[in-house]
Design a protein around this ligand. Structure first.
Ligand code: HH2
Length: 273
């Protein structure tokens, strides 16, 4: 293992994110939450103003901008930590980058709008290209693959090359298998988690978002989203073992602790500890 797995802490400025149990967040509360995540050891803060939960109501771009920009401005004023904007809309990404975000986290891999690729190239920011089968509204109805690992890996490789051809710099690109986005909790998410090295092998930093997702309950028994920490940690460590660059999580402090202990064990194994 050459470099430490970084931790991206999630701040949802939405009334309906699955993982927050529908808790509404105003800008001040979101900034306070981000501050706590940074104190807990987060390396990156991911700010989102539209839920991608299956069946979630779409949010208009101006409403999304109004949710996220005040949070990004306030956070940028008090911290140098990288901020990512979790949006599929180029106009929201543009406003967020102008406010101080440096990463565009796009669950559609720059496919949502005709100008997504051009805007990403123009903004010059880092870009997370995530795999999703279908759209958030329909993606969990009947996800289907012949070979999920090959199809997700090939898709990500193709999107990276498309982004580069459109002018996005290679070194600014991250890839993400998109756990839970058009994937059966067990039949599709688990092979992806077991074969993350294939995606890492494409040569781009990989982001893994396993935190509080449905597969934890599918494997280990029913649990509310807020009660899936143990399984989320197991997945984060599987990611670290495969060499992902960062994990996107809601529970930053326990994740940082788990990754530190895991890294110390790895260092001891290789004799460098
Ligand atoms: N997962 C969610 C949202 N954004 N972005 C990336 N790159 N990877 C992910 O796995 C990912 C993501 C879903 O989680 P959450 O933000 O908690 O829920 P919601 O979309 O309902 O806000």
């Amino acid at each position: 293992m050459t470099s430490r797995t970084r931790v991206m802490g999630v701040v949802n400025v939405t009334p309906d994110s699955f993982s927050d149990g529908g808790r509404p967040l105003d800008a001040a509360a979101a900034v306070a939450q981000a501050r706590q995540l940074l104190a807990d050891g987060a390396d990156i803060i991911d700010v989102g103003g539209e839920s991608t939960r299956p069946g979630a109501a779409p949010v208009a771009a101006d409403e999304e901008v109004a949710r996220v920009v005040p949070v990004i401005l306030a956070l940028r004023a008090e911290s140098d930590a990288p901020i990512s904007i979790d949006t599929m809309k180029p106009e929201v990404a543009r406003a967020a980058i102008a406010a101080g975000a440096t990463i565009w986290n796009d669950v559609t891999a720059l496919r949502h709008a005709p100008d997504s690729l051009a805007v990403a190239a123009e903004l010059g920011c880092e870009v997370v290209l995530m795999h999703m089968q279908g759209t958030p509204a329909t993606m969990q109805q009947a996800p289907r693959y012949d070979d999920v690992v090959a199809e997700v890996t090939d898709f990500l490789a193709e999107r990276a090359e498309t982004a580069i051809a459109a002018g996005v710099r290679r070194e600014r690109i991250w890839l993400d298998p998109g756990l839970g986005f058009g994937k059966h909790p067990v039949r599709h998410n688990l092979p992806l988690l077991a074969n993350l090295d294939r995606i890492v092998g494409l040569g781009f930093p990989v982001l893994l978002g396993a935190s509080r997702k449905q597969f934890v309950s599918a494997v280990a028994g029913p649990a509310d989203a807020g009660d899936r920490l143990g399984g989320s940690l197991a997945a984060a460590l599987a990611g670290a073992a495969a060499g992902v660059a960062a994990v996107r999580v809601h529970d930053v402090a326990p994740t940082v602790q788990a990754l530190r202990v895991w890294a110390a064990i790895e260092a001891a194994r290789s004799g460098s500890g």
